[in-house]
Ligand binder design. Structure first.
Ligand SMILES: Nc1ncnc2c1ncn2[C@@H]1O[C@H](COP(=O)(O)OP(=O)(O)OP(=O)(O)O)[C@@H](O)[C@H]1O
Length: 235
């Protein structure tokens, strides 16, 4: 089986157009891969480029050069150069992303926010809602909240809706940006078990976890992003 995610020789700098075009190099020569069934943890100090790396892989940030290769239906796609339509197609079928904060959609009930990625893949509404409910129950979201839009939910409640939405599909690659940041110990443990289930199912996971206990529990290995810091290599 092909490696689900391969990052090869990726370089990225930000150009500050409103600040006389100042260039801020963030990462240089990033190469690593994530195999099926492992959870690679991005490590390194604050500001080293962990979130930027996740955003590049998901296609939110462009890369200056290099390749981001994902395997989809036995085809290898380079997300670094793919057109937007292909990026969206890969997100729908292969590449999931749990951001730190839920982007709330006005007037859409929590259960439908969670069910939506399944609907986008052609699952029937009743089936999708049933699976969404099962995940929300697993994450201890009170049932009386399921039919409400999450805009007024607490930080931890919104994060649990976001996690349920990110975990509901069977994407082969899952990117996690501090999925447990706003959670209490009980729900952190639920997320740890959900990550373990994904590993067992052969999903390739790549994540940022600031909570050491979570990192220790789920991480197959740690990838220190300082290795790719242009500032360090210039020192
Ligand atoms: N959109 C952007 N425009 C300009 N600079 C950015 C942008 N996004 C990130 N940066 C810069 O890139 C560097 C890396 O930021 P990033 O958020 O990736 O770090 P991080 O390792 O995830 O940090 P933390 O652990 O604090 O979340 C920082 O210096 C940041 O200021």
């Amino acid at each position: 089986m092909a490696t689900p995610l391969v990052v090869s020789e990726v370089f990225k700098s930000f150009t500050m157009h409103l600040r006389d075009g100042i260039r801020l190099p963030v990462v240089a020569d990033v190469s690593f891969s994530v195999a099926a069934g492992e959870c690679v943890v991005l490590g390194g100090p604050s500001g080293i480029g962990k979130s930027s790396l996740l955003k590049m892989i998901y296609g939110n940030y462009a890369v200056d050069s290099g390749q981001i290769l994902v395997t989809q239906k036995d085809k290898i796609i380079d997300l670094a150069t793919a057109d937007p339509r292909t990026v969206l197609e890969v997100r729908r079928h292969t590449l999931g992303y749990v951001s730190q904060f839920l982007r709330t959609v006005p007037r859409v009930a929590a259960i439908d926010v969670v069910a939506e990625p399944l609907l986008a893949r052609g699952v029937a509404l009743a089936d999708a809602r049933q699976r969404a409910g099962a995940l929300l129950a697993q994450l201890n979201l009170p049932q009386e909240l399921w039919q409400l839009p999450p805009a007024t939910f607490s930080g931890g409640e919104q994060q649990r809706v976001n996690i349920a939405r990110g975990f509901i599909t069977d994407h082969a690659i899952l990117l996690l940006d501090e999925p447990t940041a706003s959670l209490d110990a009980r729900n952190r443990a639920v997320v740890v078990s959900m990550i373990e289930e994904k590993k067992k199912a052969g999903v390739a996971l790549l994540g940022i976890f600031h909570d050491e206990e979570v990192r220790e529990a789920v991480g197959s290995r740690i990838l220190d992003v300082s290795r790719f810091s242009p500032r360090k290599s210039a020192a």
